[in-house]
Design a protein around this ligand. Sequence first.
Ligand code: NAD
Ligand code: UDP
Length: 311
Amino acid sequence: MKRILITGGAGFIGSHLSERLLNDGNDVICLDNFFTGSKNNIRHLIGNNRFELVRHDIILEYLAEVDQIYNLACPASPIHYQYNPIKTMKTSVMGIINMLGLAKRCKARILQASTSEVYGDPHIHPQVESYWGNVNPIGIRSCYDEGKRAAETLMMDYHRQNNVDIRIARIFNTYGPRMAINDGRVVSNFIIQALKNEPITVYGEGSQTRAFCYVSDLVEALIRFMNNEENFIGPVNLGNPHEFTILEFAKLIIKLTNSNSEIIFKELPKDDPIQREPDISLAKEKLNWTPSISVEEGLMKTIEYFEKVLN
Ligand code: NAD
Ligand code: UDP
């Protein structure tokens, strides 16, 4: 049994991770400021005497005695991270400084939820960890992309300078139950639109690509990475390499929901990456991990969830 701190624990991924780590017999402190997370995501865990919920903002210092820290706190959807871009940058940079300070003091291992966005609009496809990326430093996505890049830098510097035990996970598009209904990300938007028989909003011509990983597969990868004892610190790509164009993806959602929705085209947001697909060879080799849930299977579970939420 370990004492585990999860920042952003009331969010989409954080709530699944909290649940899994509790089921595995650990003590979990779930810390969240509830900007995009919700008590509803973790309500079923409240009452478990190994679960502790703390309302706190990671841009401020937090003190606790823990063995492991998963740093997930940060809005992840473009709508939410662009709502207050200065705060997004503070969350990534000041937040990781506070968490690294905590890890240093407690000698805890810390895992940073980094992102495929560190590759920006990539010139290399599929993306490998050795690629340094193509990120606009002054655009509307920069608060998120550059914040996450700076957090990776701080992780490496605390590791080199202070021997902090780190793990850097580059997470690619992940989806599943408990995505917020107002999240604005493509999976939740398309499913909600399809279930309501409303038009499916494809941005641009829909030729941009993404690859989607079901949340339980990602949680498994995060836990394997955190507990890997072979000094493998990453960065490592975690995602499902099955690549779709966004137009193909819209058609798949219409099919799986038996929807009457039509597809409409809207303006492509600025700096929207043209193609994205993880090369997960490193995760396979070092963590013996590959996703096990097919996109169709994961989408059906997610559709069931949104059907319940909407009714
Ligand atoms: P989410 O928005 O559901 O979860 C983020 C959580 O962090 C929320 O509960 C939010 O309230 C909390 N939070 C935000 N700012 C905070 C602050 N300053 N202090 C304390 N709590 C704060 O998003 P998610 O999809 O669950 O993403 C979790 C993490 O994984 C994020 O760091 C995100 O950048 C990263 N990630 C996610 C994806 C994905 O596809 N879901 C892809 C790449 C990286
Ligand atoms: N997208 C879309 N319609 C929507 C929401 C998103 O066409 O209603 C597109 C978006 O432009 C991007 C892709 O879907 O190309 C994934 O967007 P999301 O916000 O889910 O995540 P991103 O990978 O861009 O961070």
